[in-house]
Write a protein that binds this ligand. Sequence first.
Ligand SMILES: Cc1ncc(COP(=O)(O)O)c(C=O)c1O
Length: 395
Amino acid sequence: MLETLPAGPLTREIIDTHIRPLFLRVLKRDEIYLANHSLGRPLDQLAADMQRFVDPWYADMDDCWGPWLAEQNHFRASIASLLGLSRADCVVPKTSAGQGLRAVLNACREDEPQIVATRGEFDSCDFILKTYRVRGRAAVAFVEPDASGMIHADAVIESISPKTSLVLLSQIFYSTGQVLEEIPRICARAHECGAVVILDCYHSFGVIPIDIAALGIDFAIGGSYKYTRGGPGACWLAISPEIVDRGHARLAPTLDTGWFAKLDAFAYQRPEIPHRAAGGDSWLESTPPIATMYQARSGLDFTRAIGIDRLRAHNLAQQARLAQLLSDAGIPILDHQPRGAFLRVPHADTNVLVQRLKTNKVNTDTRLGTVRLCPDILTTDEELVRAVAIIKACL
Ligand SMILES: Cc1ncc(COP(=O)(O)O)c(C=O)c1O
């Protein structure tokens, strides 16, 4: 169906004809799903792909490693293409974004690297950094948001000094949906100081175009369970070709390693000084999780077939419509530009509100005193109208 997808904006007719039929299972649910920023809706194809994972295992036992490793290559190439990378080896499969962050932390030469991160990083990264700090394995300076919760490039830049080894930033902040602008300017300052920059793309991957080279970042981390509809565990660390090929003064081979990072894993050689694979494969680690690559395929193929620009344009139009409907209903939103894929409604007791909405078949979630509302390509205009009426009744 996607092979015959017409070019141009995603009209209702195109969505009804070419897109909704790919999601028949999840569309059976009787609710308005506005938690797409949390767990993305899976294609029907996902179940068939999981079947393709197990079939060769039953039928061929250890010969299944051929198709399994081919699937890993497909995963790496798909992520690379969505990040503007021409090399699949620059993508290292991980089972969480945090694991990607730890791989970089565990590459730092210094015993206690100085890290600049923002207060807006997701709990996983925040928790990892604080754990490293408590163990004396990192010194972390957190960049604070302004009174409205926004994080500014200038504040990040001011925190970076020649002592900084690593800068961790989200491209879109998980709690506010703020798109961090001027990342190239932050990277320029970090590089001037000899630091590397890691970008957390969990809330931007599948939402806005990402080009690692244009942004100037050294590493990116992300995963599939939100906007690319691939469920948990299908995550990655992406490394700029520059770092892969030339390394970095502050980085040594990461301690997060294993036999898949060996020069020839299947030669079973065990020299006293480990011989690492060439290129990005030197960042691989132990036996890869394989099932997650199958799990991620349909969502990645879907995202690439439609194209980020079209998905973004459609989502922005939906958000504008939702904002207008909320405003007409007298419901305030926390507005700021540019925004990621969701918008936020403040409320004094969001937990109660979210529960009440769920009882009334509107599925949302909450962060920091706001309800996050995220339509996706399957969300119809009638659903937006109905959701706003229900929100108004539940407030
Ligand atoms: C910005 C961001 N980073 C990372 C994650 C997930 O981190 P991990 O894969 O380490 O659990 C999330 C999940 O919501 C997120 O929003």
